[in-house]
Design a protein around this ligand. Structure first.
Ligand SMILES: [Zn+2]
Length: 537
């Protein structure tokens, strides 16, 4: 604060005999968490041409600047716009066109939702997402039996909450030409009593080809996702896996002003994307940044697809699976290392984390500041943590509080100590990038804040928090959702804090998440969201 006051004092002395400077907007009477390097709190700031031009006290700024608009924040707290470091923004939009099965309590509940949806939409191929049998009374995987009775002719494919398992009916199986003899690497067709149950794991899901959305539906999806995100205070999203065609659509909508969200687009790992983007180099506009590749190493813990070093505690002889070969992962890492791109790999099991960390270290010998990331880093062998000294952990705190009920069943009491170990990861690299993985989890960034710092579910369970030695402080949580995410995107010089010269992305909240009682954090409301100095909520 001292520095700000001093420089403003000099500036105002210099200007005392001159006319006031022009700004577009001044915010006064706020409690602004600047998230600058000394984590200072300020009262007021001024904006011109979409950027912060001054930060200081209300009185000083009003003396120096005259603005078209002055907003009295009435003491409300202000933060830099939140960045979601790992999400599926376009996927969230597409989800709005599907049956939402998040929070369903049983297979009957799921069926009811499908029937209601179909009555309204009369879809030729019903898709849905979000069921989680771990939330049901019967926690075994469901089967397609009742789906076949209700939808004998219409294909149905509904994805599990983690995106790593899918329940399909016989009509979808027929369409995909799946049979009892079908084989797949890195996945499974689950069978029971010698019959297909309709549950497909990981790569087996690739057999199901759902119809592609039209251009109009794609645009609607992006706009729907943007509205949800602005309402919750997000001003940048890191989309973890997009194709060239969608990235180009985003770019054109941003250029025409139809899409205002800032997007850090990780390209999906396929030949077309790699050949095009690695050759083209970094793509950077005011709102779009393409310079990273999203890669998958393994599956997820919930569906026992995460690759573990030792067998699952609740399934003898089962180790999960890599979804790409070591050879593919190593060659890909070498190829990306020779470009300007960042490699962001989904690694959940301790084996997947170990293999990727080693692969990164080999590929990055003699290369500095590449900021390669491990996405999720959910289960890390205690002896492998130090490999994160040079690899940025990109983690999703709500995964911890969603999985805490059954994660120990999967891995046992010893390995669980290295699971969702956010503070241990932070201590290695010095930064963590925080995200949600929405629509796998809810979009709400206050749930992320709460899960990271308080480590409880929305009902306050467990009473003393889940593995609290790995909770993040509120200050580190806020940094993880702003400046460290900007760093993870090579954008820390242009966003992630409220400082002179940075883009004017900020949010006004109804309560101070740094100070209020922890149990109140999830109910925080966004009063307004500004992007580039423009009010978008
Ligand atoms: Zn993801």
């Amino acid at each position: 604060m001292k520095n700000i006051i001093l420089s403003l004092f000099i500036l105002s002395a210099f200007l005392s005999c001159k006319k006031q400077l022009q700004a577009d907007l001044i915010i006064i009477n706020s409690k602004t968490y600047t998230v600058n390097s000394s984590f200072e709190i300020a009262e007021s700031f001024a904006i011109k041409d979409g950027k912060f031009i001054a930060v200081g006290s209300s009185e000083e700024l009003q003396n120096i600047y005259k603005a078209k608009q002055v907003i009295d924040a009435k003491g409300n707290p202000i933060y830099p716009g939140f960045i979601d470091g790992h999400c599926h923004f376009y996927g969230l939009g597409l989800t709005q066109q599907k049956v939402d099965l998040v929070g369903t309590k049983s297979i009957e509940d799921v069926l009811q939702k499908l029937v209601t949806f179909q009555k309204e939409k009369n879809s030729s191929f019903i898709t849905g997402r979000g069921w989680d049998q771990n939330d049901w009374e019967i926690t075994e995987f469901p089967t397609k039996k009742k789906l076949d009775t209700l939808f004998p002719k219409t294909p149905v494919a509904i994805t599990r909450v983690d995106g790593h398992a899918m329940l399909v009916n016989q009509a979808a199986i027929n369409l995909a030409s799946i049979s009892l003899e079908s084989q797949v690497d890195g996945g499974e067709f689950i069978k029971k009593d010698g019959k297909l149950t309709g549950v497909l794991i990981d790569n087996a899901m690739n057999f199901i080809k759902t119809p592609l959305p039209s251009k109009k539906e794609q645009i609607q999806a992006l706009k729907d996702a943007q509205k949800i995100c602005f309402d919750l205070g997000l001003t940048t999203v890191d989309d973890a896996g997009l194709d060239k065609e969608v990235i180009e659509l985003i770019d054109s909508l941003q250029n025409s002003g139809d899409l205002k969200m800032r997007i850090y687009a990780m390209i999906s790992n396929n030949k077309k994307n790699l050949d095009y983007y690695l050759n083209k180099g970094i793509v950077k506009t005011d709102r779009l940044h393409v310079r990273s590749v999203k890669v998958y190493a393994d599956g997820a813990l919930g569906s026992r697809g995460a690759a573990l070093k030792d067998e699952y505690a609740d399934k003898k002889g089962h180790f999960g699976a890599f979804v790409n070969s070591f050879d593919h992962l190593q060659k890909l890492a070498q190829r990306i290392a020779h470009s300007d791109y960042q490699m962001n790999t989904h690694a959940i099991g301790d084996s997947a984390n170990y293999v990727m960390l080693k692969t990164y270290h080999e590929a990055l010998i003699n290369k500095n500041d590449r900021r390669w990331r491990i996405e999720h880093a959910q289960l890390v062998d205690l002896k492998d943590f130090d490999l994160f000294k040079k690899v940025l952990p990109s983690i999703q705190p709500t995964h911890a509080t969603s999985d805490m009920y059954w994660a120990e069943d999967r891995v046992g009491e010893k390995r669980i100590q290295g699971a969702y170990a956010y503070n241990d990861l932070l201590n290695q690299y010095g930064k963590v990038a925080l995200g949600t993985d929405f629509p796998v989890e809810k979009v709400n960034p206050f749930y992320t804040f709460y899960a990271a710092a308080i480590r409880k579910d929305l009902k306050g369970y467990p009473e003393s928090g889940f593995q609290m030695n790995n909770a993040l402080s509120r200050e580190n949580t806020l940094k993880g959702m702003t400046i460290w995410n900007a760093y993870g995107n090579f954008e820390e010089n242009e966003k992630g804090s409220i400082e002179i010269g940075k883009v004017a992305d900020f949010i006004i909240l109804d309560q101070d998440i740094m100070k209020i009682d922890g149990s109140k954090i999830p109910s925080t409301k966004v009063i307004s969201t500004y992007i580039n100095g423009e009010k978008v909520k």
